[in-house]
Design a protein around this ligand. Structure first.
Ligand code: NDP
Length: 240
């Protein structure tokens, strides 16, 4: 029987590529999104993958949304915590709301989704959770104390939860993308982006599909011995 997968933020950008990659490997995919109904509808029309709207930063909404997916597609075997936002600014100019919203969605979303699905995965003896971190969570980034902290937190969350799932066939891993050509990066001023690309050894931005391939591997049966790890896909920008 095909596995059931939820991809948060799965209707555009990196998440869209992940939804399609998991569908292509035979999964029944539910693509979650926050509010861009037009893009979600266009995504469903183009791919046939159903979209489900809820805010991953809202604990009860995650419990309800995951229950709705399970009713529609079956018990959830795979969760890809991909939804994320930026609210950049240097500390002196960053409001508490900017801090809190990034923590609530980027890091809190991982907790909320795990609470909704991890227990069932353990009971059934198989599961995959892949959390999308960031090179900026590994290395830090000027003007991103909120985002870097949330993404760095994702890497710690991954290693801790991996230890809770290991004996029950549930793996928990992270991917740390470098700069990928999505709407999120399109928001970076061109002059800043040129300087960033100049520091990427392969000399270009990454493509969403290059992240999706890593996710598909980590979600496969063949990756059952990989847990608690972070796969960096960043064109050589940060090596450690
Ligand atoms: P985009 O901004 O292109 O897409 C973000 C997606 O997340 C959208 O589908 C959006 O939904 C969804 N989303 C945002 N907030 C919420 C929420 N509260 N609840 C549910 N869904 C939400 O992002 P990218 O594709 O660029 O990034 C995807 C992930 O990869 C993020 O976690 C990001 O931090 C990470 N990343 C990206 C990098 C890059 O260079 N692009 C580099 C490193 C990490 P909607 O369409 O409704 O707004």
């Amino acid at each position: 029987m095909s596995k059931v997968a939820i991809v948060t933020g799965g209707t555009r950008g990196i998440g869209e590529a992940i939804s399609v990659a998991l569908r292509n490997m035979g999964c029944s995919v539910a693509a979650n999104y926050a509010g861009n109904d037009a893009k979600a509808q266009a995504f469903t029309d183009a791919t046939g993958i159903r979209a489900f709207k809820w805010d991953v930063g809202d604990h009860q909404a995650c419990l309800d949304g995951c229950a709705q997916v399970a009713d529609s597609l079956g018990p959830v075997d795979i969760v890809v915590n991909n939804a994320g936002i930026t609210r950049d600014g240097v500390l002196a100019k960053m409001s508490f709301d900017d801090w809190n919203e990034v923590m609530r969605i980027n890091l809190g979303g991982c907790f909320n989704m795990a609470k909704a699905t991890f227990g069932g995965m353990r009971e059934r003896g198989w599961g995959r959770i892949v959390n999308i971190g960031s090179v900026n969570g590994q290395a830090g980034q000027y003007g991103q104390v909120n985002y870097a902290a949330a993404k760095s937190g994702i890497h710690g969350f991954t290693k801790a939860l991996a230890q809770e799932g290991a004996k029950s066939g549930v793996t928990v891993n992270a991917i740390a993308p470098g700069y990928i050509d999505t709407d999120m990066v399109a928001a970076v001023p061109a002059a800043v982006l040129d300087k960033i690309v100049a520091k990427i050894p392969v000399g270009r931005l990454g493509h969403a599909e290059e992240i999706a391939r890593g996710v598909a591997f980590l979600c496969s049966d063949e990756a059952g011995f990989v847990t608690g790890s972070t796969l960096s896909i960043n064109g050589g920008q940060h090596m450690y």
